[in-house]
Design a protein around this ligand. Structure first.
Ligand code: ADP
Length: 485
């Protein structure tokens, strides 16, 4: 727990602006609770628009020098940050589990995954190549150069309190941008710990700023999205909030990256290896107790293997052990809060009322814990079909044919990730290409790597994170026509 950190200075209860640890002008603070116990972990400043203006100004000031560094200089800063994160991975994982609830081993995995983005983009910064384009005129040359967009406003969710930040700031800082980060109110301490390590790593003041707010969320969001000195918004969170931020950002026409909700289909054909498909389902569905935007939400299983699949999955799920993330036996932690429990409960009750059957789980335990659940007999009329559950509920739908399941899978307004299991190569290609998604896992339930482009289509968002494409989101293309030759 947090009282046992090796380096207690990583637990920061102030915001980080212009290289200093600050309170809010409002003098107010808000409490952050441990989702496993509902006990207070600590307090952070309740900042308002005035506070955010100061942070944006600092980031704007710092931008000039940061953008002017060589790519190699920025590489060195990011490389140092990467090694500081890894050197402190146990403390960072402890902070993460304390505020998010996920089991400590999963938190440790997130820290390593998160550090990977800083490492990856420390390398990519030296590869932001331009172009020389053959000109239609003898007297000139056409040059293309990439330049950082400027100050970036970053708004992140609580489900990956570390990695959602490193995935964005890795790319932004590598590109030469400076950042104002507003982490989720439920998980500010992981963000502040990153800022602490960045300041120890020698990042110049104002390059990285972390601001915190809970009650004042709306005005803080409005300032970030309407302040003309912010040139880009990068957001991960729910689709309704993403839409609102995009609308607000239009007043100054900011560049925008949105990584929003999904409703992942997980398709198991009758020629799949059932055991492997069960394992993949567990990885995809129950990671972080179902609280990721790429978690399987609708599990479609072909009729001839449906019963076998349901039995195997239920057996495995019934062995899960929910509990405090610090307890070594815990396989699955709590949900983030009461609101999350209510949504999961509503989804289960709605499904049961419309004819689904609970094979395992289905009920809330004390506090924010919900028993890992398997539902069978799902139909399109049920709420889970349309809404991301964001909880530990595996909902099984039976299907007959390939064409039918492609239609069902695509019958959604969102399209982030999806999965399919089959040993028929032709079918894998065909279905993977037909799915209206940004990411498809074929015979695997794991799809997130720093090397791979992450992002969605439809109402799942705009832009890609990680990979060789990720840094472009933070760069403008400048074309220089070199004449008079
Ligand atoms: P979730 O359901 O995962 O909490 P949200 O979209 O509500 O999803 O939250 C994701 C992030 O967006 C969090 O950092 C949250 O504080 C922030 N957020 C929510 N509402 C607003 C808003 N009106 N303006 C700015 N940020 C917001």
């Amino acid at each position: 727990e947090i009282s046992k950190l090796k380096d207690p200075s990583l637990f920061c209860q102030n915001a980080f602006v212009n290289g200093e640890w600050v309170k809010s002008k409002t003098k107010k603070e808000f409490s952050v609770l441990d989702p496993a116990t509902n006990q207070e972990i600590g307090k952070v400043p309740e900042m308002n628009a005035e506070d955010i203006k100061i942070a944006i100004k600092a980031a704007k000031e710092a931008f000039k020098d940061w953008a002017a560094l060589t790519a190699k200089n920025r590489h060195d800063f990011l490389k140092t940050l990467n090694s500081f994160i890894l050197d402190n991975k146990n403390d960072l994982a402890t902070i993460l589990t304390q505020e998010n609830g996920k089991p400590i081993n999963e938190a440790l995995e997130e820290i390593k995954y998160g550090a990977g983005f800083i490492e990856w983009f420390s390398e990519e910064t030296r590869r932001t190549y331009g172009d020389v384009i053959p000109s239609p005129m003898k007297s000139n040359r056409i040059l293309v150069q990439k330049q950082p967009v400027g100050v970036v406003g970053i708004i992140t969710p609580w489900n990956f309190p570390n990695a959602m930040i490193t995935r964005k700031i890795g790319a932004a800082l590598a590109a030469g941008c400076t950042v104002v980060i507003k982490p989720a109110a439920a998980t500010p301490f992981s963000a502040l710990a990153i800022a602490k390590l960045a300041s120890k790593a020698g990042f110049p003041k104002g390059v990285i700023n972390v601001v915190t707010a809970e009650q004042n969320l709306k005005e803080v969001g409005l300032e970030l999205t309407t302040n003309p000195d912010v040139k880009k918004i990068s957001f991960t969170g729910s689709t309704p909030v993403g839409k609102m931020l995009m609308q607000q950002s239009s007043s100054t026409l900011k560049k925008i990256s949105l990584e929003l909700g999904g409703n992942a289909p997980f398709i198991v054909f009758d020629d799949a290896e059932v055991e492997a498909a069960v394992e993949g389902t567990i990885k995809s569905k129950f990671r972080s107790s179902g609280q990721t935007c790429v978690c399987a939400n609708r599990i479609y299983v072909q009729s001839s293997i449906y019963a076998e699949f349901a039995t195997h999955l239920s057996e495995k799920v019934s062995k899960f052990k929910i509990g405090n993330g610090f307890d070594q036996q815990t396989t699955h932690g709590p949900l983030i809060d009461e609101k999350a429990i209510k949504k999961v409960t509503r989804h289960v009750e709605d499904a049961v009322a419309k004819g689904a059957e609970i094979l395992v789980g289905g009920v809330q335990r004390n506090g924010n814990f919900f028993e890992p659940t398997v539902l069978t007999g799902m139909t399109s009329e049920m709420d889970i079909t349309r809404e991301e559950t964001f909880g530990p509920v595996a909902a099984l739908y039976k299907f007959e044919s390939e064409d039918e399941v492609i239609k069902l899978a695509n019958d959604s307004n969102v399209g982030l990730a999806g999965y399919l299991y089959s040993r028929d190569v032709g079918r894998c290609w065909k279905v993977a290409e037909a799915l209206e998604l940004g990411i498809v896992g074929v015979n695997t339930g794991a799809i997130s790597y720093v090397e791979a482009p992450f992002g969605g289509v439809k109402e799942s968002g705009i832009g890609r994170e990680g990979s060789k494409y990720g840094i472009d989101e933070y760069l403008n293309i400048k074309y220089i026509n070199f004449g008079g030759l």
